[in-house]
Ligand binder design. Structure first.
Ligand code: PLP
Length: 456
């Protein structure tokens, strides 16, 4: 490997660690990057080289890599109470404060929060809540979960079954009862001559047909990311949620918004669902919840689901589910600070969501400019999440063939130039940290443009 001499960090990483979600032939060919520090939106490798992280870590390091308020919040809580759980009628004061704050900033007047360590666990928890709730209410057959092709909801067994990615077939997933609807991507999936409105009507029709086929009485919930993230930053067509939500409501199917990426300002609104004008029955949160400074997830239940779950649990004395670190006080202290930093403004600084809104026009303009490239078929984006989709033929939208996708070659050229971005399918995805300056955004697009020139 090019950067691996004997006993280097890179060779030690390759010999000792397993990479998930990594193209191993590419790592074998190009070596790896071992990171040991970070400042603002940059990470620094063990050789002192900086990379502008247009990926925000994994969509989560929205406040950058050295936010003093967040590290202080963790440090202070470690000194007060370094760990605890939320079981057996006990929980930490920080956990109570965070639940109150989450409900305050949620679309709900009241509700309840259940804590996990990750987004995957939050989705698995939601599924168990729905199964339990429906069984306790005398509707045990109402278990199926509707999600979408390309939707990403995690890697644990239920959340991987929710995820609409073909790679899960290597595990024999999805489990029975997880049903995937079409991916709402007009540019790729719309038929020749079909208007966006007609395409949306077709998706609504598909939903009706799936509900009729499966039986409405067997479907517990529809779970969706407002904008698909790991599916390639897929922005739904105009009117999509307005068309499908009434159908779900008419069949008494719960609507859940997976806000692991979209929540806390990524799309420019507080919640992705808020931006699309709907209130789900529950929200799945993680990532930005702690700005990546602590592993944590949460299921935020709106008032109706919260009451129903509480009643069903009381009936058998408990809801028999939870994780050792559920409601970890350090995680809660960090999340309280992250919410303040992002939504309210902290320590004399304006809220980061203001900077997201400030950056959106330049972000969209940068994507639109690069989409003029003859091998970029589409740019799409919402808020500070965006993608450029590479095509071999622009008019026919024909993708490039081959094992190493062209998006991976672009991302590799970016890494060589000191920019981290994410290849997803045929797209290069950008989700910059909320703290980016105008100059850093310019640097991001300049480096990406240089990478496109080197690849094509
Ligand atoms: N849901 C969405 C929308 C995600 O993007 C992710 C992770 O990327 C998850 C759930 C799973 O979260 P985690 O990786 O923390 O398990």
């Amino acid at each position: 490997m090019p950067n691996e001499t004997a006993n280097s960090w890179e060779s030690r990483a390759a010999a000792s660690s397993f990479y998930g979600f990594t193209d191993l032939p590419t790592v074998a060919e190009r070596g790896t990057v071992v990171v040991s520090g970070g400042h603002g939106p940059y990470v620094t490798d063990v050789h002192g080289r900086d990379y502008l992280d247009a990926n925000s870590g994994l969509w989560n390091m929205v406040a950058g890599f050295d936010h003093p308020g967040l590290t202080r919040a963790a440090q202070e809580q470690y000194e007060r109470l370094p760990g605890y759980h939320a079981f057996f009628g006990r929980m930490s004061d920080r956990t109570v404060e965070l639940s109150e704050k989450l409900i305050e900033v949620s679309p709900y007047e009241s509700g309840r929060v259940f804590y996990t360590n990750s987004g995957s666990e939050a989705n698995d928890t939601l599924v168990k809540m729905l199964w339990f709730l429906n069984a306790q209410e005398g509707r045990p057959e109402r278990r199926k979960i509707l999600t979408r092709i390309n939707g990403y909801h995690g890697v644990t067994v239920a959340s991987a079954s929710m995820t609409g990615k073909p790679y899960n077939s290597v595990f024999g997933l999805p489990l029975p009862g997880f049903v995937h609807l079409s991916c709402p991507h007009y540019w790729r999936e719309g038929r020749p001559g079909e208007s966006e409105a007609d395409y949306v009507a077709r998706l609504a029709q598909e939903l009706e047909e799936v509900i009729a086929r499966e039986g409405a009485e067997t479907i517990a919930a529809f779970v969706a990311e407002p904008v698909m993230g790991a599916g390639g930053c897929i922005v739904p067509p105009e009117g999509y949620f307005d068309a499908i939500l009434p159908i779900l409501r008419a069949h008494d199917i719960a609507v859940v918004s997976d806000e692991v990426i979209c929540g806390f300002g990524r799309t420019g609104a507080r919640w992705g669902c808020e931006g699309y004008g709907f209130t789900p029955d529950a929200i799945i949160s993680s990532k930005n919840l702690t700005a990546g400074y602590f592993p944590m997830g949460a299921v935020i239940l709106g008032p109706e689901m919260a009451d129903r779950l509480h009643r069903a649990s009381e009936a058998i004395e408990e809801f028999p589910h939870g994780f050792t670190a559920s409601g970890h006080p350090v995680g809660c202290a960090v999340a309280l600070k992250a919410i303040e930093v992002i939504l309210d403004g902290a320590d004399g600084e304006p809220p980061l969501i203001d900077n997201v809104r400030h950056l959106i026009p330049a972000f969209e303009a940068g994507l639109a400019r690069l989409a003029e490239h003859p091998h970029i078929g589409e740019w799409r984006g919402r808020g500070l999440m965006g993608a450029l989709e590479a095509v071999a033929d622009k008019a026919e939208k024909r993708p490039f063939p081959g094992h190493l996708s062209v998006s991976e070659r672009i991302a590799n050229a970016c890494t060589d130039a000191g920019l981290i971005c994410r290849p997803l399918g045929q797209s290069v995805v950008l989700c910059p940290p909320f703290i980016m300056t105008d100059a850093q955004m310019q640097e991001m697009f300049d480096k990406l443009e240089g990478a496109l020139d080197r690849v094509f």
